[in-house]
Ligand binder design. Sequence first.
Ligand SMILES: Nc1ncnc2c1ncn2[C@@H]1O[C@H](COP(=O)(O)OP(=O)(O)OP(=O)(O)O)[C@@H](O)[C@H]1O
Length: 254
Amino acid sequence: MPDSPVITVADAGIRFKRNRRSRRNFKDLFAGRLRRSRPGEFWALRNVSFTVRQGEAIGVIGRNGQGKSTLLKLVAEVVLPDEGTVRVGEGVAPLIEITGGFVDDLSVRDNVYLTAGLHGMTKAQIDERFARIIDFAEIGDFLDTPYKHLSSGMKVRIAFSVISQLEEPIILVDEVLAVGDKAFREKCYRRIEELLAGGRTLFFVSHNEKDLRRFCTRGLYLDKGSLILDAPVADVLARYAADYPVAAAPKPKP
Ligand SMILES: Nc1ncnc2c1ncn2[C@@H]1O[C@H](COP(=O)(O)OP(=O)(O)OP(=O)(O)O)[C@@H](O)[C@H]1O
């Protein structure tokens, strides 16, 4: 079906432990699913439902620690929901967390082959795109350097470069691009626009209103692990600004 959703999230919830050392006690063993959450656990996301159609550009908005990155991890299927369901019908290219998928001790070259290979590209396809990936990242002098020895900005350069050359229909971009310098960030943003024009689906997490307006048509507003509003991005930004107005700047002294 051409217009059927590519992502369906229904009543999804994810529970984390606040304290790694907290243990289940004897009473918990008998509490079953009725218990809301165990001591030391909390719901990072709960009762989250939405669907996404191919080609949509979605901005995920909310204060620190409200579940935005966790939502991207659900869509990337790197974490599974403790409640509800997440169905993702197409492949996902995730640019989430700097080190996501990259192996510290492998060289830049090997990491490019590994990551692209894991996303289904053949060696011949990677050979064909390799120069383009390295040129985009502008790190040609570091091909044999172990990934762990790159600066954080260089890590993001190579990660974005590979991820944006994958053919996966869904792209997830966390706030990692903020680490790159301004010129590189603009280059990445132009590449994201090209990918969107080619019909890819985008999830974009940002605290920057201008960037959200640039790419996204729809916003998902998360607060305390709940999806508060799913609406056009301008409406979501307006609601967010109303809920959390930036403190007025102090008046200059006369
Ligand atoms: N693996 C984990 N184990 C335990 N708690 C976690 C884990 N991952 C995330 N959390 C917690 O879940 C909550 C949501 O985190 P998340 O990273 O999704 O927030 P966010 O909205 O992306 O925040 P930010 O804007 O700061 O990036 C936070 O309280 C965080 O501490």
